[in-house]
Design a protein around this ligand. Sequence first.
Ligand SMILES: [Zn+2]
Length: 254
Amino acid sequence: MNQPNFDLAVVSPHPDDAEMWCGGLLAKMAALGRSTAIVDLSEGELGSRGSVQLRAKEAAQASAELSVKQRFQAGLPDGRINPADEEQVDKVVAVLREVRAEVLVVPYEQERHPDHSAASRLLRRAVFLAGLVKFKAGGVGLRPWATKQLLFYPMRVQAAPTFIVDTSEFQTQKLAAIKAYGTQFGLVGNGPATLLSSELSLQSIETRDRFFGAMIGVSHGEPYLALSPLRVADPVDFFRNNSTFSALLFPERI
Ligand SMILES: [Zn+2]
């Protein structure tokens, strides 16, 4: 009755955000046998390069690279994502109730792109409302859904992470998924030069992942912030298996 449909889902304001910032996590979860999903809030129709059709094809290719089981589309307007728009909130509640992800990963609020910070605030509302029995959205048959933990992924801002996921073994897969967006990253077609399409783009993602990896003593990592404090039943057991210091200083012990 209250079964999840997916172990983990990443919400992406535009197709390609999920791959750029959570590609390592998605690849790793799939490799561990978890079922994953991506929820695109918009089709990215305001993107300076490419078209909605091309971007949808690229998104399908990127999902395949990361073994993402299913991709959902919430149908919000690119450039006009608005947490105060009740119609938009209803649409997202309906999608969340369809996806039923145990762990939900959404954008961090303090972002430069207005859609990214708006998406974060909208998700905070929608995630809460999706769990209310009496909140009706998405028609009959969609039962309430409460996610077990809401995680935030920072993009172009620096935020102190609650934890960093070791994604070292999945960097090649992550970069392949990002490169699937050939139009956005200036790899195919023409269009105005953007920050995304410059050479710096892929380099900066690689550098960032190496930076967060260095913080936990591995080659690549992705940072996440949790909405609620983490409940740890046995700290000794937890840190025995997840010690940054022993990985850095005493590699022979692990
Ligand atoms: Zn975006």
